[in-house]
Design a protein around this ligand. Structure first.
Ligand code: GLA
Length: 384
């Protein structure tokens, strides 16, 4: 199956972990639609780990835990589909899932068939407890082949956390997206670590094989399964800007049934979503990387991405713990393909405030507060 833009949706893990059930999933489906999130593109509703019984059924099939899902999974899938959404589930390439439930190693074809029979549209596929005798690329190929032959289009979301140099072999497995780094949690430390590591991994992403920086923690406020210290509003906005600009799938991880206004404002910024969903899916880059310095070297990365209509998306980030000076965030336009000789410059629109600004001297500069960011859409215009 061909997936043209980074998948968007909601996943149960970040907030609910093992505490999932039919009522939560059905209500979250309602909420995705009622809040307008689905209309903005968040259309995959994914149940993560801990949905199954600890033992397979008599024919070797996975069985939903009847205490959590009393009407079975087809019932849930039908409901999710009735809301115009796509339904996602979770398994793992090993003997057990990461939380210790039965996983799909040596059951790939049975499980793919089971998922198809329930009406599953998306499979997140983890890497815990995998046998050392079979290489990672082969484990992912096994499930990709089974899915491609199960009679239903199922988006294949690989989740091997960047292990074993996932980026180098994932594309040929047939996965549609792949986790580029370790698990996220709801803290600045985690956002910082993942931000620093993402720059190199994203170069291996492409249409139909998107680098997944992990589910969003926006709006968790330190609560739930991976709710650690929580983040400030600036930090959540930086996280959303960076994930969007770098082309990661955008899977919401907070409890959408109880979103605050500020959470809603972040997750529903149409202009930022449009950068993420740009149909050309050009890679974001930093000017530094062409000087032999990788984005993770800097605590003030500036990422630039060419958009389908000829505009540029430009994101300025201050990942450091101190407020930056004008000097710390500086972008020379000649380094991004706009030399003095071309007679053009940038007309910037700030995608959070709507403020417009013309670059007049060939240099874009800003002083950003610690842990904050700015995201612009820039039009190329004649120099005045
Ligand atoms: C791994 C994954 C997480 C989540 C858990 C479930 O840690 O990376 O995203 O799916 O397993 O157990």
């Amino acid at each position: 199956m061909l997936v043209k833009t980074p998948p968007m949706g909601w996943n149960s893990w970040n907030t609910f972990g093992p505490d999932i059930n039919e009522d939560l999933i059905l209500k979250s489906a309602d909420t995705l639609v009622d809040t307008g999130l689905a209309a903005l593109g968040y259309n995959y509703l994914v149940i993560d780990d801990c949905w199954a019984l600890r033992e397979r059924g008599p024919e070797g099939q996975l069985v939903p835990d009847p205490a959590k899902f009393p009407h079975g999974m087809k019932y849930v899938a039908d409901y999710v589909h009735s809301k115009g959404l796509e339904f996602g589930m979770y398994s793992c390439a090993g003997f057990l899932t990461c939380a210790g439930y039965p996983a799909s190693f040596d059951h790939e074809w049975t499980d793919a068939k089971t998922f198809a029979s329930w009406g599953v549209d998306f499979l997140k596929y983890d890497y815990c407890y995998h046998p050392n005798t079979v290489p990672g690329p082969v484990l992912y190929k096994r499930m990709a082949l089974a899915l491609a032959n199960c009679g239903r289009d199922i988006l294949f979301s690989a989740c091997s956390w960047g292990a074993d140099e996932t980026r180098k072999w994932i594309k040929e497995t047939g996965a549609n997206m792949w986790r580029s780094t370790e698990d996220i949690n709801d803290s600045w430390k985690s956002i910082y670590t993942l931000s620093k590591k993402a720059g190199q991994a994203i170069r291996y992403g492409s249409i139909n094989c998107f680098p997944d920086m992990d589910m969003l923690v926006v709006g968790m406020g330190g609560k739930g399964n991976v709710g650690f210290a929580g983040c400030t509003e600036d930090e959540y906005r930086l996280h959303f800007n960076l994930w969007a600009l770098l082309g990661s799938p955008l899977m919401i991880g907070c409890d959408i049934r109880n979103m605050s206004e500020s959470t809603r404002a972040i997750l529903t910024n149409k202009d930022v979503i449009a950068i993420n969903q740009d149909p050309d899916y050009n890679q974001a880059y930093t000017a530094e990387q062409y000087k032999g310095q990788w984005p993770e070297a800097s605590d003030f990365p500036i990422y630039v991405k060419l958009l389908a209509n000829g505009d540029l998306a430009i994101g300025l980030f201050n990942l450091s713990d101190t407020d930056g000076s004008w000097y710390s965030s500086t972008l020379q336009l000649d380094e991004i393909g706009l030399p003095e000789s071309c007679g053009r410059t940038l007309l910037l629109t700030d995608l959070w405030t709507g403020e417009k600004k013309l670059v007049t001297n060939g240099i874009l500069q800003d002083a950003l507060k610690a842990h904050s960011s700015r995201l612009f859409r820039a039009k190329i215009v004649d120099k005045p």
